[in-house]
Design a protein around this ligand. Structure first.
Ligand code: UT7
Length: 321
């Protein structure tokens, strides 16, 4: 038995913030942001919208495309690092809103690799036979944790959610391999220092702080490693890839890696120009768009590869149903 994807969905907030909008309040320019990152605009959730509000819409769309009802779910896993509350989890909020009465629910915290980690957990649960239908969501509203005066971070992130529904299948399709990695020694390179149990009163900053250059170096190294290692685990190679969906952080990271691997641009899905880095939502949001754009067909080999705070990385190789 393998876990196969039978439904996808996504959701982004309506509000668009362009590079030119940012250039009105910080010393930056559309040209700088586009050439250094590829990002043109991002979506920003309003004050009344939290991570679960985006996640529920993505989840409902994924269930609809899977032709399953919430009652069919036996597990909900959400990858997020911007939950509505420290507890209950976003997964439990979704379980309640969806009325998925039979589903257990928990969050996975692996920042921008959160969707890869959550998908890996879900596929293991299905392969070992304990669960049949699992909703996996990647959702974040990191713009709420941005210092809008810090041009090294505020230009990068946006908000969103993406979801897939997995089911047990023996038709040869599904998740062929998973690969996960953590380098906790580099944790302070991308960190939100305030608000956790070390600093519950947020005496330190509640904003994302990042050593962009160090994260860039890590990303280039592990993105390549994750693609190779996950393919190797599936007995496949780079030439077998029909579509790579990398974490949508910076097109220079993506272009550097695919050039080195000899993967043509046509085989790589990129939508970061519209959304920026939506953290755990980035890969399922791109996956949903790639499916809608007709870029993924039955039997295709699709690789999802993410990296982020932790520092963490992960990749999943999928044979599309
Ligand atoms: O999910 C993982 C999340 N994180 C990432 O993926 C981040 C990975 N890192 C990056 O994407 C890049 O490091 C950044 C886009 C954040 C920065 O690009 P960079 O090419 O590494 O720029 P830099 O930090 O080396 O800065 C170069 C110059 C500096 O000026 P000086 O010191 O040379 O005078 C910066 O102050 O660019 C300046 N700069 C800016 N200028 C205009 C930094 N940010 C900006 C900005 N607009 N927004």
């Amino acid at each position: 038995m393998r876990a196969t994807i039978i439904g996808v969905g996504s959701c982004v907030p309506e509000k668009i913030v362009t590079n030119d909008d940012l250039a009105k309040s910080i010393e930056t320019s559309d040209e700088w942001i586009r050439t250094r990152t590829g990002i043109k605009e991002r979506r920003v959730a309003d004050d009344g919208t939290s991570t679960s509000d985006l996640a529920i819409v993505a989840a409902e769309k994924a269930l609809k495309s899977a032709k399953l009802s919430p009652e069919d779910l036996d597990l909900i896993i959400v990858g997020t690092t911007s939950p509505d509350y420290l507890f209950p989890s976003v997964a439990c909020l979704l379980q309640n809103k969806l009325e998925a009465k039979k589903a257990a629910a928990f969050d996975v915290s692996a920042a921008c690799s959160g969707f890869n980690y959550a998908l890996t957990v879900a596929s293991s649960f299905i392969e070992n036979g304990t669960h049949k239908n699992i909703l996996v969501v990647g959702a974040d509203t990191l713009t709420k944790y941005l210092n809008w005066k810090d041009r090294g971070t505020c230009i990068l992130f946006g908000d969103g959610a993406g979801a897939v529904v997995l089911t047990a299948s023996d038709d040869g399709s599904g998740i062929l391999s998973n690969w996960l990695k953590a380098e906790g020694r580099l944790g302070d390179r991308l960190i939100m220092p305030g608000g956790g149990s070390r600093d519950p009163e947020q005496k330190n900053t509640r904003f994302i702080t990042m050593d962009g250059k160090e994260v860039f170096k890590f990303a280039v190294r592990v993105l390549e490693e994750s693609i190779y290692e996950s393919l190797k685990a599936a007995n496949l190679s780079v030439k077998d890839i029909d579509l790579l969906i990398p974490h949508q952080a910076n097109d220079r990271i993506i272009n550097h890696v695919i050039k080195k691997m000899g993967l043509p641009k046509e085989k790589v899905y990129v939508n970061l120009q519209k959304y920026g880095n939506t953290s755990a939502a980035s890969i399922p949001l791109a996956l949903d768009e790639a499916v809608s754009d007709g870029k993924i067909n039955k039997g295709n080999i699709v690789v999802l590869a993410g990296f982020g705070a932790g520092l963490t990385a992960g990749a999943n190789v999928i044979k599309w149903r």
